[in-house]
Design a protein around this ligand. Sequence first.
Ligand code: NAD
Ligand code: UDP
Length: 309
Amino acid sequence: MKILVTGGAGFIGSHLCEFLLNNNHNVICVDNLITGRKENINKMLRRSEFEFVKHDVIKPIILNDKIDWVFHLASLASPVDFEKYPIEILKVGSIGILNILESSKKNNARFLLASTSEVYGDPKIYPQDEGYWGNVNPIGVRSVYNESKRFAEALTMAYHRKYNLDTRIVRIFNTFGPKMRLDDGRVVPNFIDQALNNKPITVYGDGSQTRSFCYVSDEIEGIVKLMKSNYHLPINIGNTKEITILDFAKKIKKMLNSKSEITFHPLPKDDPKKRRPDIAKAKEILDWKPKISLEEGLEKTINYFKNLK
Ligand code: NAD
Ligand code: UDP
């Protein structure tokens, strides 16, 4: 098949491109490199089945080939970017997805949206299942991301209902692994970098907030299984093993035998207090569940960051 991956030079996107190439597909990777990097796709560039197009999806894209599947991942994704690039996030989450849905419709291609657990906001139910409508501050600093992903889900469903477009929506929960940017501001690269260099580990708030971390190969497997299924409603893909951020800091410090001091800093506004996916639907419909433990995933990720030095 010929497959378009937007955001394909980013962290998850580059793993997805590699997985698809290794499964004998032709891949067109579209990315404007705002947070994505050529290093993530350098090896693939040598392969004739892989094409990279530097393009900002907020401009319409003209596709010369017939496309079978579209994975739409293009978006800024790190909370540190929410204040730095608010307009870019809203544009890619609205005009960007509109352009890619239009291209998918013209190609009669199957379309998958990379959505997020952030559609649940600071959730009031626990764990979060797909039926929950969320608790989102519509005007807060995180809203540029949360609301644009909620809009993107609404637009995807509108194309599905009005044009019968074959669509999928994956709600990705915190995912980590090699190829994350060291300076991307998210907790995994921050803590590993700090612990590796014996710098203070920066816990925001008192560290009692929780997250559930999914290793990237598990996430990719879930996303591809969803694309192959015939299920068009949103589905959570994430790991259910939950940990407080303070325990996460201690774990990384211990794994690296680091001398770093754990320090406490103000909690970002609207930072979700508890996050854990309910993955009953993924288990039942996709026969998917994560396989890689947090420790195993962290070891692989730490090795990646060590080898960057
Ligand atoms: P990333 O920043 O590494 O990748 C995003 C990619 O999109 C980058 O390569 C960036 O350059 C590209 N991009 C951004 N705006 C663009 C535009 N206007 N035109 C073309 N390309 C553009 O982040 P990631 O963690 O790999 O996230 C990938 C997708 O998964 C995103 O849609 C994100 O919202 C979603 N997601 C990720 C997580 C996670 O934990 N990593 C969690 C939930 C959802
Ligand atoms: N966090 C932290 N220290 C950091 C970076 C993040 O304590 O240096 C916290 C952040 O406040 C949040 C959690 O770690 O509670 C996960 O943050 P991340 O930015 O990775 O993703 P989020 O789940 O918030 O989108």
